[in-house]
Design a protein around this ligand. Structure first.
Ligand code: PAF
Length: 292
């Protein structure tokens, strides 16, 4: 275990984190966990700040989880910035940074161990483009719950389908944790913060604004109904060079199924697009239909 600044430990093993948690739990501390893959930005730091408000002890995990990357995805090029991440977390008074190796987390190897299956919603949207992604996410998240034994776990609304599926796993498997969701953090021009934004060159970054624009267009048309909001959202993509739309859907936040034409009320619009070679996602709540 390494002390980075007063009170911030970097913990590389499960046994050490368990011992630390057990000691602090015995002293009556409540525990918040913020699971991350590192390359931290202000969106992650918003989760940490909220965690600080909610619990006595804040643990942040930094682990680029190979199980959630498909073959040919960006596992190798996913940014790894542990030193600067730990410094940023120390400045926020995080108690422990859990940064295990792949062997520590998966001693039986990538294929050899028990995994969690996300169920049918895990095969839609992100899951349709990234088969097995959510099984990998839920598997590592379930392991982190078992290791850190948190009272509350914080996730960003940016990964809306992930939050939905983690919440569903907690309900379906009766896991004793509370999930807290923190709103999307955006750049002043609307771009949702993402660790992958660093892959965008200037022109691509400009082009990537179309995701947020499409959500605004959908919101503006939402009062007219589901097909109007979808048509306006997709139209925003027009002929953006170098941007390829993957999906643009509007779902019922309670079921994560696409809304029907007669749907009225709060709904969630999800968009994914590939900008250059970088896959980006975004989402926004909208109010569908008029009151009349
Ligand atoms: O959202 C992420 O960064 C990852 O999917 C998570 C939740 C840390 C699991 O690896």
């Amino acid at each position: 275990m390494t002390e980075v600044a007063a009170g911030t430990r970097t913990v590389p093993t499960i046994a050490e984190l368990r011992a630390f948690v057990a000691e602090r739990r015995a002293a009556g501390a409540s525990i918040a966990l913020v699971p991350t893959m590192g390359a931290l930005h202000d969106g992650h730091l918003a989760l940490v700040r909220r965690a600080r408000e909610l619990a006595d002890l804040v643990i942040v995990s930094i682990f680029v989880n190979p199980l959630q990357f498909g073959h040919g995805e960006d596992l190798e090029r996913y940014p790894r910035t542990l030193g600067t991440d730990v410094a940023a977390l120390a400045a926020l008074g995080v108690d422990a940074v859990f940064a295990p190796t792949v062997d520590e987390m998966y001693p039986r190897g990538r294929e050899g161990g028990t995994t969690v299956h996300a169920g049918p919603i895990g095969d839609r949207y992100e899951g349709a483009s990234r088969p097995g992604h959510f099984d990998g996410v839920l598997t590592v998240v379930a392991k982190l719950f078992g290791i850190a034994r948190p009272d509350v776990v914080l996730f960003g609304q940016k990964d809306a389908q992930q939050v939905f599926l983690v919440s569903r796993m907690v309900a379906d498997l009766d896991l004793p944790v509370r999930i807290e969701t923190v709103p999307i953090v955006r750049e002043p021009d609307g771009l949702a913060l993402s660790s992958r934004n660093r892959f965008l060159d200037e022109a691509q970054r400009q082009a990537a604004l179309v995701l947020a624009e499409s959500l605004r267009a959908a919101d503006a048309a939402a009062a007219d109904g589901p097909s109007e909001l979808l048509a306006e959202g997709v139209a925003a993509f027009g002929d953006h060079d170098g941007v390829s739309l993957d999906y643009f859907v509007c779902v019922d936040p309670d079921t994560f199924l696409p809304i029907a034409e007669d749907y009225r009320g709060r709904a969630l619009v999800l968009v994914a697009a590939i900008v250059g070679s970088t896959r980006l996602i975004d989402n926004a709540f909208v109010e569908v239909g008029r009151d009349d």
